[in-house]
Design a protein around this ligand. Sequence first.
Ligand code: ATP
Length: 292
Amino acid sequence: MEQIIQKAYAKINIGLDVLRRREDGYHELKMIMQTVDLGDDLVISRTDAPGIVLETECREIPSDGSNLICRAAELLLREQDIEGGVKIALTKRIPVAAGMAGGSADAAAAMRGINELFGLDYSVQELQRLGVRLGADIPYCLVGGTMLSEGIGEILTPLPSPPDCFLVIAKPDINVSTAFVYSRLRIGELTEHPDIDGMVRALYAGSLSGITDRLGNVLETVTVKEYPVIAQIKERLCGMGAENALMSGSGPSVFGIFTDRDSAQRAAAALKAERFSGQICVTTFKRDILQQ
Ligand code: ATP
């Protein structure tokens, strides 16, 4: 095999709680991750020449060795002492620095693709153990679907998929640094924590209202204060028929959950007509990546 195509899907958090800051600086999290049907494409080709070449038209991300795709590819090629190299062509659709794990999804797709292209025979668990060195979301992105994520993001428990519904995802034109948001978070001062256990029960019960009633993300306490536009988008989406809306990850992306496609499309069109500046899409939840 000379070439392989991999899809890198974005995630949203339907629940995100931060339990404590560990002594090593990492945060202990309890979140529910969900893959959405919005993804980048990676075309990975073997090259005789050593090294990794990344081609992309996206100007918002680095295309040199600091790109997470190159770091992930480098990690596998080095571990296996592979002589040749790879060329990776990336078509970027996932909004950048948006709280949707775009970089981690790309890195995970690169790892899956190179594993297959070179017949490396790594198990998913082995790839996860290697991937977590580059980013805490990579173990999740290697499998996707609906997962309870604990620890720093590496302890994953599969959950049932939520009932079918439609999502409007809006990313305002601001870039939010994940490191900045965590550095400003005052865990001891949080007055409310999302009901993650209740959300897990709602997923098992297949209850969409049980899920939408419990949407919660403690990082909103930092990002929304800094960027009030996030609260405005949430309010607009709920005013236009969303069952509820929430910021994903450290933001600034916001998603609204709708029970029917027409209302979701109308809400997205209305936001665009109101000169909302940023990226908007209508999409759905996506199941386990390994079962596609
Ligand atoms: P998370 O939700 O995991 O915090 P995010 O969605 O907020 O991630 P990313 O889109 O992954 O953020 O981008 C974070 C930073 O990583 C960007 O500033 C970008 O320059 C850098 N980066 C490196 N490689 C990539 C990549 N392949 N895709 C996107 N960003 C990348």
